[in-house]
Design a protein around this ligand. Structure first.
Ligand SMILES: Nc1nc2c(c(=O)[nH]1)N[C@H]1C(S)=C(S)[C@@H](COP(=O)(O)O)O[C@H]1N2
Ligand SMILES: [Mo]
Length: 183
């Protein structure tokens, strides 16, 4: 299979995109990541607990729907499959709804979390603020708008629910290999 998805071109580093003009400073004393919804066991972690759990690594290409791709970004954190195995999703849990600290949201089928990671490090450093500090969901098999920065929670749900860009015409799934860009 061709490494570059159709309609994309390689660039050297990711272009920063945000729905807000400036990123607020997060209160890390009160910050918690929560995984909840259709699970046997809800999870809630402080930032220091997330750092302690951050022993997983992935290297993945990053594909933006605006047609640029970046090779081999190195992420370290907690694999989403590991989190799901702790939380034990119920059989009805088919989709996830992701919420970020500044109000961004996105959605996807739960199976795309099988090879994803909740990253606390990018290319060897603590996540830079503009790339998602304190926590970023990275979903290698979907376009980059599904890789939410500043993640606050992941909710497991039965019926797909449109996030920020999905409400504005972006695809509910967003597979770059199928060019699922917009509706
Ligand atoms: N919280 C949050 N996550 C987000 C976004 C955003 O605006 N807010 N933009 C998305 C989009 S459209 C893209 S292309 C990527 C860009 O990632 P980067 O800013 O790290 O390059 O982040 C995605 N994740
Ligand atoms: Mo994007």
């Amino acid at each position: 299979m061709e490494r570059l998805p159709p309609g994309q071109r390689w660039i050297s580093k990711p272009v920063v995109y945000d729905i807000v003009d400036s990123i607020p400073s997060w209160d890390m004393q009160s910050y918690r990541f929560e995984l909840f919804g259709l699970v046997e066991k809800q999870l809630s972690f402080s930032y220091s607990e997330l750092l302690e759990l951050s022993s997983d690594e992935i290297i993945a290409d990053f594909h933006c729907v605006t047609r640029w791709s970046v090779k081999d970004i190195h992420w370290r954190g907690v694999k989403t499959l590991r989190l799901l195995s702790m939380a034990k999703p119920l059989p009805e849990a088919k989709f996830v709804f992701v919420r970020s600290l500044e109000g961004y949201t996105t959605n996807m089928p739960v199976e795309y979390l099988e090879d994803g990671i909740l990253a606390t490090y990018m290319n060897g450093d603590i996540l830079p603020k503009e790339h998602g500090f304190p926590l970023r969901l990275v979903v290698p098999r979907l376009y980059a708008w599904k890789s939410a920065k500043y993640v606050k929670s992941i909710e497991l749900i039965a019926n797909d629910q449109a996030g920020f860009w999905e409400q504005r015409g972006y695809n509910m799934r967003g597979d770059p290999w199928k060019e699922e860009r917009y509706w």
